[in-house]
Unconditional design. Structure first.
Length: 485
């Protein structure tokens, strides 16, 4: 093939490519910017027909509102500098309607082998879809931001790698500062009440493990006033489960917290006052019981034993209320000692037996497992869990307890054959005052604090508590406690 034929074929190929390309393309030659080629897309953008091919750009665009555009292209030719235009607005008539479209443009000077500029290449890509999608997203974000601001909830976004926090103006206001101010994470931690700093740092440790950040704490404003805030957040991890970001909200709960504090103080005071008469009542009943037993008076023995069981129930309830108020005010302290869990389980079972005459409570103790924990509080947790197993399963069914070591933990399980729990309730039962309300539980009295207290006690021991359950089949409540190395 001759050279000239080859050149013609190549030019034809390039021309085909330009005509068929999904973007608008044109080549303008020489200092007059003669329109050498322009595909359909480009003609549509210019609102011109094929007859402009071969004309200088200024002539083709004469009498049009495109003079600045023409000048820009001449400048590119003269200056030899490439020019980019992003998301440029263009009105186009498509489907008989004028609509706004968006294009990214490149005007590139084209050079020959001797590095002389021979013309300008124009390439325009339509980006309308991307621009509209982004605008919709920005609008939605703005609406959401306005809605959140209107609720008075502060929002924040923590970059956990760089330790940089982005905060909404409402959050800054909630800290008693000027909403325009920028704060660091350290500043946010510094204003936490000294007595609540541990709560906040523990919540962060927990968040890194579980992905959920949740705490209520006091903060001190620059004017010295104390305010309660509740913070919730969610951790975002990378594929290696490394925490990257945490997003969350904070709201001012001062008022609600003050009400709660007053209510707790009242409950604590009333419970405390009830403790003394109840203790003496129990002593008198035990005295009477001893005397009835001496006389072998079966009627009195049975009536007094029932009374003692009711008093024990009331005592447990009152202790529960007292513990609740201690937890709420962060005053629940552990008194740890070394003891064998198997012995304790047997003791708690023996104490629970009289209140569960129809149930079969089974525990096969293995060799002793020593743990360092608050014996009285762990016995309270066991008592609560056994008590619930009895309460929420039919008389005649079996309750099985197990205690075993697992890696670095002790696992204690309390399994019943009772009513079981729906998956949605399983997540809530450890919350304060939560009770399942359906036909199976309606006859059972309670306050919904036993599991909450048990969970708090186990948390204070750095352990964990949970439940595995199937509705209608039964539940296994379990807790894990760390074993010393
Ligand atoms: P209470 O029993 O006083 O209501 P708890 O905090 O001990 O309070 O328990 C909370 C709720 O969890 C109960 O109301 C009950 O609905 C459910 N629950 C607890 N233990 C069991 C169990 N073993 N089987 C089924 N449901 C249970």
């Amino acid at each position: 093939m001759k050279n000239s034929e080859q050149n013609t074929m190549e030019a034809q190929h390039i021309n085909d490519l330009i005509v068929q390309a999904p973007v608008a393309i044109s080549f303008l030659r020489g200092h007059e910017l003669i329109i050498e080629s322009a595909n359909e897309h480009m003609l549509e953008l210019w609102r011109r027909q094929h007859d402009i091919i071969g004309q200088p750009l200024a002539v083709a665009m004469a009498g049009h509102d495109k003079q600045t555009y023409v000048k820009l292209l001449y400048d590119v030719y003269k200056s030899h500098h490439i020019h980019y235009g992003y998301e440029t607005k263009v009105w186009l008539n498509r489907n008989d309607r004028d609509n706004l479209f968006y294009f990214d443009f490149v005007y590139k000077p084209v050079k020959d082998a001797a590095n002389n500029v021979t013309g300008v290449m124009i390439i325009a890509t339509e980006v309308t879809k991307q621009v509209v999608a982004r605008q919709l997203l920005e609008d939605a974000e703005e609406r959401l931001r306005l809605a959140i601001e209107a609720t008075g909830i502060g929002t924040w976004d923590l970059d956990m790698e760089e330790d940089v926090i982005f905060t909404s103006p409402t959050l800054i206001e909630m800290m008693g500062l000027d909403p325009e101010e920028k704060v660091t994470r350290q500043q946010m931690y510094d204003i936490v009440h000294p007595d609540d700093k541990l709560i906040v740092s523990r919540a962060l440790e927990e968040a890194i493990k579980t992905g959920i950040y949740l705490y209520e704490a006091r903060i001190i404003w620059p004017d010295g006033s104390v305010h309660w805030v509740k913070t919730r957040g969610k951790v975002i991890y990378n594929e290696q489960h490394k925490p990257l970001r945490m997003l969350g909200t904070t709201n001012d709960i001062t008022e609600r917290k003050q009400d709660e504090i007053m209510k707790n103080d009242f409950i604590a005071m009333a419970s405390h006052e009830l403790k003394t008469p109840l203790t003496s009542l129990k002593a008198y009943i035990q005295l009477l019981l001893a005397s009835a037993k001496k006389r072998s008076d079966t009627f009195y023995i049975s009536a007094l034993e029932k009374s003692e069981r009711q008093i024990n129930k009331m005592t447990r309830l009152i202790h529960g209320f007292l513990d609740l108020s201690k937890i709420e005010s962060g005053r629940l302290r552990l008194n740890t000692q070394d003891f064998d869990i198997n012995t304790l389980i047997n003791e708690v079972i023996a104490d629970s037996m009289p209140a569960a005459p129809g149930h079969n409570i089974v525990f096969n103790a293995g060799s002793p497992i020593y743990i360092k924990a608050d014996k009285e509080k762990i016995s309270q947790v066991l008592g609560n869990l056994i008590n619930n197993a009895v309460k929420y399963s039919a008389s005649g069914s079996t309750i099985t307890l197990t205690a075993k070591t697992e890696v670095e933990s002790l696992r204690v399980g309390i399994k019943d054959q009772g009513i079981g729990l729906k998956p949605k309730d399983q997540q809530k039962i450890f919350q304060r005052f939560f009770r399942v309300d359906d036909e199976n539980t309606r006859g059972q009295s309670g306050f919904g604090i036993g599991l909450y207290l048990s969970a708090e006690i186990i948390k204070l021991h750095h352990g964990s508590i949970g439940v595995e359950s199937e509705e209608g089949k039964g539940s296994e409540f379990y807790f894990l406690l760390p074993l010393q190395g």
